[in-house]
Design a protein around this ligand. Structure first.
Ligand code: ZN
Length: 446
């Protein structure tokens, strides 16, 4: 264990200039009445109809929605090891353009983020990039191999102050290891984020098991393979009295199990991806690997249950599962193509379409599910609120345009979005990280 502590997340990164004073006028905080906001010293100073400050930089935000900066609990930034797919530099640029001010970076890098050294390296690269906070997720098991626990305490005590641990990409399928991990993180208020996939039930699986897999002749990934692990882990979390977070919930049955676990008062939280809120497995009938993802796209009934679960709070938050892959790993035949989709640059627009346009969530609800709740689950200070006194982590969003998604303009190094060519609402106009713009007029500001 290291006793060393450097600058805590939430303070100005070394090398950045002192944040200036801004007056943002006319925006509607969480979709409410238009107001002006004064930002100074990196924090929100005042919000109100007449808020003003002499000598400030000014941003006319008439007609824009003002939300707290989005927080992603689940992104694959690929560095170290797969810098051809994404780097922390390009991934945080994509995040800022999508309205995010904090992103949790999953541990399945090369080397795996299973030691204090690797998580500190990732955390420092995020600070250097300076566009959004990068909070490393630590691996649960050494090398994601599922045989012995990684140095969870050393990662928690490191400069990166890791609180979320996950073998994502793989399931911690051994019940004894999962129990020990839950017991271990309880001591420092951590959480185990499980990729719920029973491995034997999904051996060789390519697509949701059902009518579509039957028609395509591809091996199915049955809903029960997710639900069996979700149920087991809810019971383990209750038994241990520790915190479980369920990654990328994809089935109606998982929503029911999580609803039941929450009704018991157990420490269970869950996320859903934008793509599982909008897309169904019928898209796989195109054989286009853009739609190949793990867990797979499910049925329209599952999508409806996921939307209802997010609306009623059974599912706490949206997480992107941003999973960039180079062209050669995706533009190939379905059976050998990589699983995964990019998501950081389209998440807000997709959730707008799936949840706000349908009347299931208002803007305050969206701010809760994409900022406040993920910040709380990630134990992340300084994010999730756009009230006076909070760090000025904000996004300004124009809800009015409807435009085609054009991945050629994305900052991500990868282009594997399933939304390419789809018409979606909205546009991120500006993002502020601790009072400094990272995006202005829809373009990177630095
Ligand atoms: Zn996963």
């Amino acid at each position: 264990m290291t006793a060393r502590r450097t600058t805590a997340p939430g303070t100005t990164a070394p090398g950045t200039t002192a944040p200036e004073t801004w007056v943002i006028s006319g925006a509607r905080p969480s979709g409410g009445e238009p107001a002006a906001m004064v930002i100074s010293g990196g924090s929100i100073i005042e919000i109100g109809p007449g808020a003003d400050a002499a000598g400030a930089s000014r941003l006319d935000a008439d007609g824009l929605i003002l939300l707290p900066g989005l927080v992603d609990l689940h992104a694959h930034l690929r560095e170290p090891g797969r810098e051809d797919a994404e780097t922390i530099e390009s991934g945080t640029a994509a995040a800022a353009l999508g309205g995010f001010t904090a992103v949790h970076a999953m541990a399945n890098t090369d080397p795996v983020a299973d030691t204090a050294g690797v998580v500190e390296q990732i955390w420092r690269l995020g600070r250097q990039a300076g566009r959004c906070d990068v909070q490393p997720v630590g691996a649960v098991t050494v090398g994601l191999a599922g045989s012995r626990l990684a140095e969870l305490g050393a990662m928690a005590d490191s400069a990166a102050r890791v609180r979320v641990f996950s073998d994502d990409g793989r399931c911690v399928s051994d019940a004894v290891l999962m129990r020990r991990a839950l017991e271990y993180v309880k001591a420092f208020g951590g959480v185990i984020a499980q990729h719920a996939q029973e491995p034997r039930l999904t051996d060789g699986a390519q697509v949701n098991e059902g009518a579509v897999s039957g028609r395509l002749g591809l091996t199915g990934w049955p809903a029960v393979a997710e639900e069996a692990i979700v149920a087991r882990d809810c019971l383990l979390a209750a038994h241990v009295g520790s915190a479980l977070h369920v990654c990328h919930v994809s089935t109606a049955g998982s929503v029911e199990i999580i609803r039941w676990a929450k009704s018991k008062g157990w420490q269970v939280t869950a996320e859903v991806t934008p793509h599982h809120l909008l897309l169904t497995d019928e898209l796989a009938e195109s054989y286009d690997p853009a739609y190949k993802v793990n867990p797979p796209l499910r049925t329209a009934d599952d999508v409806a249950a996921l939307r209802a679960g997010l609306a009623d709070g059974t599912i706490d938050c949206v997480a992107t599962d941003h999973a960039p892959h180079p062209l050669e790993d995706k533009e190939t035949e379905w059976a050998v193509a990589a699983f995964g989709m990019t998501g950081l640059e389209t998440a807000l627009r997709v959730v707008h379409e799936a949840m706000v346009e349908t009347g299931l969530l208002d803007w305050a609800g969206l701010a809760d599910r994409m900022s406040a709740r993920p910040a709380a689950i990630g134990r992340l200070a300084g994010h999730g609120s756009a009230l006076p006194g909070a760090p000025a982590n904000l996004v300004l969003y124009d809800p009015s345009p409807r435009e085609l998604v054009d991945p050629s303009g994305h900052a991500s190094k990868s282009r594997n979005t399933p939304f390419a060519g789809m018409e979606l609402p909205g546009r991120v106009v500006a993002t502020f990280l601790r009072g400094s713009p990272t995006v202005l007029d829809g373009k990177l500001a630095r």
